[in-house]
Design a protein around this ligand. Structure first.
Ligand code: NAD
Length: 530
């Protein structure tokens, strides 16, 4: 990635001319086309990135296949050597934290403290899988015949990784780490809104000593580059994160060569608050968790189901916690809520809020772009709380993907569980109650891939070790932890019919040895010992 100005003091604002990474080379799109990148906090263009197409995907598949098939290459390195290379990669990412964070904030309007946290998180993910590289174990199996059977976990080959714009670095790392540790090569396709850190992560992989072609980055629209990856016969697996509707299209495209797929899709996660919960703790944790990343978070538990008797108190506490959040310039260290990714995304969010109003919900706070003239050019939207939301309303089950909380007042436990399971999604949920046994029992009745008890966020996103993924239409497969790496392997069974031939050890032919053994068995039976 280059900036047109070389003056250090100008570098932070200099126009960017991004290039893709194919076979270790920084390249333009085959047809030379580019698209503009816009900083959503200012509305100003910050540079260009290559508008890749099918030909670029073909080039990347060739490079990744060559790197995978190289007999001395990545897939054939000792697993420990791959792990050491990943550890170096993790260290380089950590060193580049500030650069990555500033790039991300400028590209998508994420508050700088969150971008920094994400970059550090990426180095931890890579470090985790560095350690996992030589711990990808198969099994030995008890079998009902002489001999032994075992399973090996082999890399799949070329992996296509298609990621969204809301956590561009994290989503990339959760694919890069396990795919590379298992010995695959990869083609990373970032969302058009957020290509810059993906390209930099590709460059850092090269700097860490990974051979050219092991990590490739192709930029461009989902409908062409993403679709070409999903359908490509040279790609063995596609790992996708994005909207459910796109995931469904990827399943159709991937069917061509029965590609392995993992899908991390949308969510509209419930937050169930019982009357016996620590309500102050709930409000203190829930507001920043839901509004962080301006609500553009698949795991935001923004559908809050509150027990009738404490509803008004929860509204009061949540409103105070929400109004205390610092909304503003994403480059400001104090900012907690930055901009949405684009004006178009803000219009979508505003549309949901308007329809909720029309359908009878009331706006407790927010519900509009900030009035402050300083924010006029950016894609800002105030943190918003909607009260009186009912299951029939559009915003109840749909993913708003913006800073909007929908509050529902539930009647009893059965109503709370039913409303938590409403809709097609099943990604995450939170339960707040001081009765641990009750919370655990209810967790099992909520059909979500992860349920947090008395925490708004917690293990799913931040923890690398516990598997995360969606039930129902929120996806298939689990990322993170050891399950995460298995998604990037094929299990191969190897059977050995006879482990040891004893006959030669006694200087006998197999026939003579069999006769002696049969005679022994007969004798033991006669003596009652067999
Ligand atoms: P999106 O589905 O629009 O795009 C995601 C990626 O797919 C992008 O790179 C895009 O270019 C590409 N794409 C688009 N159309 C494609 C096609 N026809 N074929 C192949 N690729 C295509 O999603 P988005 O708006 O970028 O991201 C927001 C969505 O991601 C939300 O629904 C959110 O819940 C989800 N998400 C889920 C998780 C999770 O862990 N489950 C994490 C982050 C985001």
């Amino acid at each position: 990635m280059t900036t047109e100005s070389q003056a250090p003091e100008a570098a932070a604002d200099a126009p960017i001319r991004a290039q893709m990474l194919i076979g270790g080379e920084a390249v333009d799109a085959a047809d030379g086309q580019t698209f503009d990148l816009v900083n959503p906090a200012t509305g100003r263009a910050i540079g260009t990135a290559p508008l890749g197409g099918k030909e670029d995907v073909d080039r990347a598949v060739d490079a990744a296949t060559k790197a995978f098939e190289d007999r001395k290459g990545w897939a054939n390195w000792a697993a420990g050597k791959r792990g050491r290379s990943l550890a170096k990669y993790a260290a380089l990412v950590k060193q580049a934290t500030e650069e990555l964070a500033r790039t991300e904030t400028r590209n998508i309007g994420k508050p700088i403290m969150n971008s920094r946290g994400e970059a550090v998180g990426v180095s931890l993910v890579l470090d985790y899988y560095a350690g996992a590289a030589n711990k990808v174990f198969g099994e030995t199996l008890p079998v009902g015949r002489p001999g032994i059977e075992l399973t090996l976990r082999e890399p799949i080959g070329v992996v296509g990784a298609i990621v969204p714009w809301n956590f561009p670095m994290y989503m990339a790392s959760w694919k890069l780490g396990p795919a590379l540790a298992a010995g695959n090569t990869i083609i990373l396709k970032p969302a058009s809104a957020s290509p810059l850190t993906a390209i930099r992560l590709g460059e850092l992989a090269l700097e860490a000593g990974m051979p050219p072609g092991v990590v490739n980055v192709v930029t461009g629209p989902g409908g062409t580059v993403g679709a070409a990856i999903a359908a490509h016969e040279g790609i063995g697996k596609v790992a996708f994160t994005g909207e459910t509707i796109t995931g469904q299209e990827i399943m159709r495209l991937a069917a061509a060569n029965v590609k392995k797929i993992s899908l991390e899709l949308g969510g509209k996660s419930p937050n169930v608050v019982f009357a016996d919960a620590d309500l102050e703790k709930f409000a203190r944790e829930a507001a920043p968790a839901i509004f962080s990343n301006a609500g553009q978070d698949c795991t935001a538990r923004s559908r809050i189901l509150v027990e009738r008797s404490v509803h008004d108190r929860v509204v009061e506490l949540l409103t105070a916690a929400t109004n205390a959040l610092v909304v503003g310039d994403p480059t400001d260290e104090a900012t907690q809520v930055g901009t949405l990714v684009s004006i178009k995304q803000r219009e979508r969010v505003a549309g949901y809020v308007d329809s909720a109003r029309d359908e009878g919900a009331s706006v407790v706070t927010g519900g509009k772009a900030p009035d402050d003239g300083a924010f006029d050019d950016g894609a800002y939207y105030e943190p918003t709380i909607l009260e009186g939301v009912t299951p029939e309303m559009t915003c109840f089950g749909n993913e708003t993907f913006g800073p909007v909380i929908s509050l529902y007042r539930y009647h009893d436990e059965a109503d709370a569980i039913a409303r938590a399971n409403d809709g097609e999604y099943g990604l995450n949920a939170s339960i707040y109650s001081q009765d641990g046994a009750r919370a655990r029992a209810i967790a099992r009745l909520i059909k979500c891939g992860t349920v947090n008890i008395n925490e708004a966020f917690g293990a799913t996103f931040a923890s690398i070790d516990s598997p995360m993924g969606g039930m129902r239409e929120s996806g298939m497969g689990r990322r993170q932890g050891s399950e995460g790496i298995h998604r990037y392997t094929e299990s191969q069974s190897v059977a050995t019919q006879r482990l040891i031939r004893f006959a030669p050890m006694f200087g006998m032919s197999d026939e003579t040895y069999a006769k002696v053994m049969n005679a022994n068995v007969k004798l033991m039976k006669k003596l009652g010992r067999a």
